[in-house]
Structure formats: structure tokens, C-alpha cells
Design a protein around this ligand. Sequence first.
Ligand code: URA
Length: 243
Amino acid sequence: MDPTDRAELHDRLTLLSDWLSLGSRQERPEPVFEMPDPPREDGPRAGPEWLDAPFTPETLSKVETDVLRCAKCRLALNRKYAVFGEGVLNPPVLVVGEGPGEEEDKQGKPFVGPAGRLLDKMLAAVDLDRTRNCYIANIVKCRPPMNRDPAPDERETCMPYLERQIRFLRPKVILALGRTAAQTLLKTERGVAALRGSFHDRKGVPLLVTYHPSAILRDEALKRPAWEDLKKLRAFLDDGPAT
Ligand code: URA
């Protein structure tokens, strides 16, 4: 069998086997397949252009390697660690924040500073947890200096990584924390107060917006509406979309 067909067949069979035996997609090492020699420069092309490219099935660790090596924007210059994200595969909930802060940059993990501690409590209140049923990631993977908002070009440069994470993880629902996450994911200029309260369709995945835990730490009055949002999320997970 042609190596390209073999690679594709392998990918499909592992996916099918994951779903049949485990009900979810598993991370696996990338298989290595021998590729045919590329057509010679001076000769006629032997097939379509993509035949020349090595077959590399997407895995989460491949995306992570790309993020950890990334130097596509100025944020890479001052980071200690790029923060890829963490949590379970096929998560019921993908939580998306803005970008790493000081503590996250030091540890290479998302939401481990003061806002992270509050986030963990908020999630626990509706039986969610990054070790059991959530995945946590950010719009930008490197810390903006002085915790400033990530600039539009930094968000745009980094978003393909989150898109690849989403495609691989296939979350049931996305929880966008704060203005940057909500506006970037929904491609809108509207604020959190206008966007929260109902589910949005984000490329076929339901998305709920709520306040960022850092904002709640600054303004206690946001606690109550954020709690309402989390209850809505819980009801969605338990009962599906409200009719
Ligand atoms: N704030 C964010 O938006 N993300 C983190 O990972 C930490 C703080």
C-alpha cells in the first residue's frame, strides 16, 4: 500500500479504536511512515503537491512542542515559559483565559496565581476541576509584559495554537473568561456584560462568557453574576441546551 494511504488508514483506525474501546480520543506518539522520494526538481511532478510534505498527524503534544518553541511574536522575548494549557482530553469544558501572568510564566502552567486559585474555587462550586473534567488554556501563550492586555497582533498570531487545541480536544462547551477571551473567540467588540447570560455558537461549539477571576478579585460585585453564569454552565452540562 502507498505509504500516504497507509498513514491515513493508521490514523483513522487508531481514532476508531479509541472511540470504540474508550469512548474518547487518546494521545499517542506520532507514527513514523516512510514517504516516497519527492519528485525530482527537473522531472514532471508525480502527484499532488501535498505528496511532497511529510505526513504528520496532529497530536496535542505536537501542538505543545510548537508552542514551546514559538518565537512568532515579541511576547516570546521576555517569557520564562510559554504556557500551553493543562487538563483532560475530550473535556466537557474548555476554560479560556487571556494569557499567563507572573506566576504562570514562572511555572509554565495556566491559572496558578491568585486568579487561578479563585478560578479553581469557582469551578469546584459546580463540580468542575482541571484534573477531572476541564481543560484550561489561554488566548496568548506567553506573558505580556507588566500583565498588559495582549495586543491584537499578538492575539492573532497566537490564536492558531488555540484553534489546534480546540480541534484536537473537542470540548463540549467553552467557558470564556473576561473581555479578551470573549472578544477574540467571538470576533466581536462587545463587552462581557453584553455577551454573558446566554450561549453563543462558536464554530459549532457552544460558548459561555463570564467575568475573569482577576476582575472578580478587583470587584466583589461581579461574584454574583459570575455565579449565575456557572450555574448556567452546570445546567447545560447536566441537561443540555435550554429549550
Ligand atoms: N490570567 C489568565 O488569563 N490566564 C492565566 O493563565 C492566568 C491569569
